[in-house]
Design a protein around this ligand. Structure first.
Ligand code: NDP
Length: 345
């Protein structure tokens, strides 16, 4: 079977491509320019023509995906901007919404062979900052981020701009899908992951070119001088996380499991505080050889401290029952991510 992966050069997507190739699928990946595909070609050269790369320059253009959906059996739509430095919220919202609705439109129009469309949404689309500890489920929507952006526009917090882009994109996707599902042969499945960590296999020429979530992890754990985080921050800040390899597996399972169709599914490993990853990092033996000393923080002050409160957590029972997803632990992900940093020098 042939699977279309949009934004194939991203942190999450390269692992999705790899997982699909390993499972025997043929992959058609989209990138924004031919040069962004070079690294992928090298990385997956052993798969020969099982990986095809096509350029979709502007995913917001009407009909951008009309050609690339032809002949594929399923679609993994991962392309969406994830950064915290947009001034105008539209920089994020435009590509998030139009890219997502655009791929669905193309699948309606030209996707006669398509059986499943998986959309990479985010827990950002459903979590909200509340005054008491809350367990969020697939029924929740982050209305607050959308309201903040509506009210404050460019003055909204950058995190709210990103979160709003994911809410609006996912809502638009469900709306369009629900209007059209009676007339198509495919079902949509939406994955909602929290912060994604783990080793990077996408093109990272310099550490500052890491994608947002891996960059934050790198700073807080391995580059404490760039992070400047206080011990209090490290012990109290953190929500939930998933290893990028588990998220890639979830993307494959969302195609393969019949029951994942027409579902919104939270995929998340566990709650964390940054201190938890720091404690795991300092246990790695032998210690990784890195350019800076690992952060130390206040050992044991994170989730290990019985007084620690997790304000935001997620109900992951659906991922368990529908996908049967298993998750890597903080220790495993930390060890493998540091090994990756060490290998990069
Ligand atoms: P990356 O930044 O590594 O990858 C993003 C991908 O989207 C790249 O291929 C990028 O292309 C493409 N993209 C970004 N902006 C645009 C645009 N304006 N037009 C077309 N393509 C664009 O991010 P991740 O791999 O971390 O994220 C992948 C998906 O996972 C996103 O949908 C994100 O919202 C979601 N997600 C990520 C989480 C995380 O913690 N990493 C958490 C939850 C959800 P290019 O390289 O050309 O810019």
């Amino acid at each position: 079977a042939k699977i279309l992966v949009t934004g194939a050069n991203g942190f999450v997507a390269v692992w999705v491509v790899r997982t699909l190739l390993e499972r025997g699928y043929t992959v058609r990946g989209t990138v924004r320019s031919a040069d962004k595909g070079e690294h992928l070609k090298k990385l997956f050269s052993s798969y020969g023509d099982k990986l095809e790369l096509v350029v979709v320059e502007d995913i917001t253009k009407e009909g951008a995906f009309d050609e690339v959906v032809k002949g594929v059996d399923a679609i993994e739509h991962t392309a969406s901007p994830f950064h915290f430095n947009a001034e105008d919220p539209e920089e994020l919202i435009g590509p998030a919404v139009n890219g997502t609705v655009g791929i669905l439109k193309s699948a309606v129009k030209n996707g006669s062979s398509v059986k499943r469309v998986v959309v990479t949404s985010s827990c950002a689309a459903l979590l909200e900052e509340r005054d008491e500890p809350t367990v969020f489920t697939e029924k929740d929507w982050n209305e607050k981020a959308v309201a903040e952006v509506k009210e404050k526009g460019r003055e909204a917090r950058n995190v709210a701009k990103y979160r709003a882009s994911k809410v609006l994109a996912e809502k638009a996707a469900w709306e369009y899908y629900n209007q059209n599902k009676a007339s198509v042969n495919w079902e949509m499945s939406v994955l909602n992951p929290p912060f994604v960590f783990g080793p990077a296999i996408h093109e990272v020429t310099v550490p500052s070119a890491l994608n947002t979530s891996a960059q934050v992890w790198c700073n807080n754990i391995a580059h404490p001088t760039s992070s400047g985080a206080t011990n209090e921050f490290l012990a109290t800040v953190g929500q939930e996380w998933i290893d990028v390899r588990d998220l890639a597996e979830a993307h494959a399972l969302a195609l393969e499991k019949e029951a994942a169709g027409d579902e919104r599914i939270i995929v998340s490993s566990s709650v964390y505080k940054w201190q938890d990853f720091i404690d795991a990092a300092n246990k790695v033996s032998p210690p990784p050889k890195l350019s800076q000393k690992l952060a130390v923080g206040n050992p044991g002050a994170g989730s290990a401290n019985p007084n620690t409160v997790h304000m935001i957590s997620f109900d992951t029972s659906k991922a368990k029952s529908i996908l049967g997803l298993k998750y890597r632990t903080i220790d495993e992900t930390t060890r493998d991510t540091l090994a990756d940093f060490e290998a990069r020098g």
